[in-house]
Design a protein around this ligand. Structure first.
Ligand code: HEM
Length: 421
């Protein structure tokens, strides 16, 4: 047997597992047993139509830096999903930096890195502490009489949207109305998005386009000390890329601002909510963090590993690509299932145990390689402030009912009822 040859029975079993992973309530509720079974049956699973699914940590980490793989570009979309241009939500994503390859990606990334600096994020700590306090006040108010609070809803409407809104410069009074459209637009990254959700996503994208075109115009006239103003200035100063300049076109600028906003909301809510549940399910770990708040940084890393808010990263094969030792045809889609990689026993001892004292974990939740998440330091900082504050403020925090999961690519909750007293 070669390293990657697989028994026919295992391959069939793996195909059935992939089906269940991408199309079932079971996977939304708890994908981890399916991941383990898939990794054991066929860790580099290639389907009959050439799609590749990776579940081992090393393979997923290598995939993110594989020079033979590229983003799901416009050209690929034209062949794989003709008609995508009729959907403003899909256009928003595909035309954003997320789906660009070098040299366009390199130019856009340089510009966004110049505005989204580590210093700027570090300076947000006090604002974040204040916004976390305000969010916890809402938990306290809504649960003061002992009734259940939907923690996911409170977090989604109050915290990451406020943090990212403050940083990039969205006026406070607009946060509430932007929450629904931005969440709808990001739904197109999910698998199996039906027509209803796509319609809502498109409506959301149309609303966001109008809102942010207007805000960009305002900042161009009256710059403020925020990221939108910085991006406008660097985009304009670099000159039009069509004439060899290093700035951004107006469309690139719009896509960038909307992505910065959109990419940082549901993902971060997922991180906070998934962590909240991990601590409730593991009271010893909650006790440990209460006693040693200095473990916050390691605790956030462990939440990202144990129940990541992002589970899948997708690339497309270029000519001659080799993935985990297997040659794959041009245009094959390759899925690094980071959620599975995080539970790989070859990489992590007792991978199904939530242990905030774990050391040396390098998570794949924020991707890797050239598309490594721009907002990772912000999301980490927010969670580092949030978990100790939550556990300290509500020592009797408990689940009020069974939570209901939502999402697979971005994993969060529809409903997360908790009591706080
Ligand atoms: C827990 C929270 C977050 C998670 C898990 C997360 C995850 C990710 C992942 C997996 C990617 C890369 C996808 C790929 O390689 O195809 C990514 C890219 C990106 N993220 Fe995040 N993200 C989070 C928060 C944020 C925040 C707060 C922001 C901004 C405020 C942000 C902005 C971006 C941007 C702009 C990119 C595109 C980078 C590029 O293509 O070069 N993210 N994120």
């Amino acid at each position: 047997m070669t390293e990657h040859s697989v028994h026919a029975g295992d391959r069939l079993a793996a195909s059935a597992l992939v089906e269940r992973l991408f199309n079932s309530e079971e996977a939304r509720a708890d994908p981890y047993p399916l991941y383990r079974a898939l990794r054991e049956a066929d860790p580099v699973h290639v389907t009959d139509n050439g799609r590749v699914f990776l579940t081992r940590y090393d393979d997923c980490a290598a995939m993110l830096r594989n020079p033979g793989l590229v983003a799901q570009s416009e050209t690929w979309m034209d062949s794989a999903s003709p008609g995508w241009r009729n959907h403003p939500a899909v256009v928003q994503n595909i035309e954003s930096i997320l789906f660009r390859d070098p040299p366009v990606h390199t130019r856009l990334r340089r510009l966004v890195n110049r505005s989204f600096t580590p210093r700027r994020v570090a300076r947000m700590r006090d604002d974040i502490a204040q916004l976390v306090g305000a969010s916890l006040d809402r938990f306290a108010d809504e649960g003061a009489d002992g009734s259940a609070v939907n923690a996911y809803e409170v977090l989604a409407s109050s915290l990451p949207i406020a943090v990212v809104g403050t940083l990039i410069g969205i006026p406070r009074q607009d946060w509430a109305v932007l929450h629904e459209p931005v969440s709808a637009v990001m739904q197109v990254v999910e698998v199996g998005v039906g027509p209803d959700r796509l319609d809502r996503a498109d409506e959301g994208a149309t609303a966001l386009n109008a809102y942010f075109e207007d805000l960009i115009a305002q900042r161009r006239r009256n710059p403020c000390a925020d990221i939108i103003s910085d991006l406008v200035a660097t985009a304009d100063a670099g000159g039009d890329p069509a004439d060899g300049g290093t700035g951004m076109t107006e469309t690139e600028l719009l896509r960038m601002v909307i992505l910065l906003f959109g990419a940082g909301v549901d993902t971060t809510v997922g991180l906070l909510a998934n962590g909240l549940v991990a601590f409730l399910d593991n009271p010893q770990q909650a006790k440990l963090l209460r006693e040693e708040p200095g473990l916050a940084e390691a605790a956030v890393n462990e939440v990202l590993r144990y129940d990541s808010p992002t589970h899948v990263i997708v690339r497309v094969a270029d000519e001659g690509a080799v993935v985990a030792g297997v040659p794959v045809p041009k245009y094959s889609t390759v899925f690094a299932i980071s959620g599975a990689a995080h539970r790989d026993p070859e990489q992590f001892r007792d991978p199904d145990t939530f242990d905030i004292t774990r050391r040396g974990t390098s998570v794949l939740s924020f991707s890797g390689g050239i598309h490594f998440c721009v907002g990772a330091p912000l999301a980490r900082l927010e969670a580092e402030v949030f978990f100790p504050a939550l556990l300290d403020r509500f020592p009797r925090l408990a689940l009020a009912d069974r939570p209901v999961r939502r999402g697979y690519v971005v994993r969060g909750y529809d409903s997360l009822p908790v009591t706080v007293i």
